[in-house]
Design a protein around this ligand. Sequence first.
Ligand SMILES: *[C@@H]1O[C@H](CO)[C@@H](O)[C@H](O)[C@H]1NC(C)=O
Ligand SMILES: *[C@@H]1O[C@H](CO)[C@@H](O)[C@H](O)[C@H]1NC(C)=O
Ligand SMILES: *[C@@H]1O[C@H](CO)[C@@H](O)[C@H](O)[C@H]1NC(C)=O
Ligand SMILES: *[C@@H]1O[C@H](CO)[C@@H](O)[C@H](O)[C@H]1NC(C)=O
Ligand SMILES: *[C@@H]1O[C@H](CO)[C@@H](O)[C@H](O)[C@H]1NC(C)=O
Length: 232
Amino acid sequence: MFHSKLVITNALMLILFLFMYESEGASNSFGLLSVGDGANINQPFAHQKVNLSVYYNSLCQSCAQFIIKDLKNVFDSNLISIVNLRLVPWANAHINNNNSSISCQNGPDECELNSLESCALNLWHKVDIQYELINCFEFLAIRGTINTWKECLDQLGLPMELFLNCFNMGNGTQLGKAYINQIAHLSPSPSFVPWVVVNNQPVGKDYANFTHYVCKAYGGVAVPEVCKSPLK
Ligand SMILES: *[C@@H]1O[C@H](CO)[C@@H](O)[C@H](O)[C@H]1NC(C)=O
Ligand SMILES: *[C@@H]1O[C@H](CO)[C@@H](O)[C@H](O)[C@H]1NC(C)=O
Ligand SMILES: *[C@@H]1O[C@H](CO)[C@@H](O)[C@H](O)[C@H]1NC(C)=O
Ligand SMILES: *[C@@H]1O[C@H](CO)[C@@H](O)[C@H](O)[C@H]1NC(C)=O
Ligand SMILES: *[C@@H]1O[C@H](CO)[C@@H](O)[C@H](O)[C@H]1NC(C)=O
C-alpha cells in the first residue's frame, strides 16, 4: 500500500516537474520583455502571487498616509488573495561605522518605532495581523500619540510579554540592521519613500496606484474582482 502510494507520488512529481520545465522553457522562448496587455501569460512566474514590497520609515508622513489609507485597500478589496505583501521599515536609516549604532532620518524616536514595527513583523507571520498592528502604530504616529502604542496590542488582543521581550532585548534593532542591508541592496535604490516595488519593479511616484500594477503583473486564474474593474 505504502509503496504504491509512493510510486504514484513520484510519478505525479515527475509530471509536475516536466510541466514546470515546459512552461519555463516556453516563457523563456517568448523573451522576458514580451509584456502583453491583460494577463501577461508570457511572463515567467505570472501565475504566482505578486510580490508587493513597501519600503518606508515609520515617522515619514507620506508613508503613514500610504499605509493607513491606500494599503488598507489590499485587504478591503481582497487584493491580498494574489499578493505577498512585505512591509520593510528602516528606509532612510544608516548604520554608523564607528559604533554600529543606527541613525534614523527623523531621529531616535523613529528608530524606536522602526524597532517596534520590526518586532511586529517578526513575531507574527500572518500578514493581516502585521498590517493591523503597523496601521495602528502609524495612526497614532500621525496623531502625535505614539507613546500610547501599547493600546494597539490590547486592541488586537496580542500578547504584550512577547512583544516587550523583542523590543527590550534589542531584537528590533538587530532586525533593523538586516532590513537596512536589504534596502542597501535594492536596485535601483529608493529615491523617495514610500518606495513601492511590484515584482522587483519600482512603481515610482505612482505608488498610490499600486493596484493597477499588481493586477497587471498577475497572470493566474484567481483574478480578484478589483482587477476586473475597468478603472484598473
Ligand atoms: C569615527 O571615529 C573616528 C576615530 O575615533 C573619528 O575620527 C571619526 O570622526 C568618527 N566618525 C564619525 C562619523 O563619527
Ligand atoms: C555612534 O556614532 C555616531 C556617529 O559616528 C554618534 O552620533 C552616536 O552618538 C554614537 N552612538 C553611541 C551609542 O556611541
Ligand atoms: C531575540 O533574539 C534572540 C537571539 O537573537 C532570540 O533567541 C530570541 O528568541 C529573540 N526574542 C524575541 C522575542 O524575538
Ligand atoms: C517573490 O519573492 C519570492 C521570495 O522573495 C521569490 O521567490 C519569488 O520568485 C518572487 N515572485 C515573483 C513573481 O517575482
Ligand atoms: C493607474 O495608472 C494607470 C496607468 O498609468 C491609469 O490608466 C489609471 O487610470 C491609474 N489609476 C488611478 C486610480 O490613478
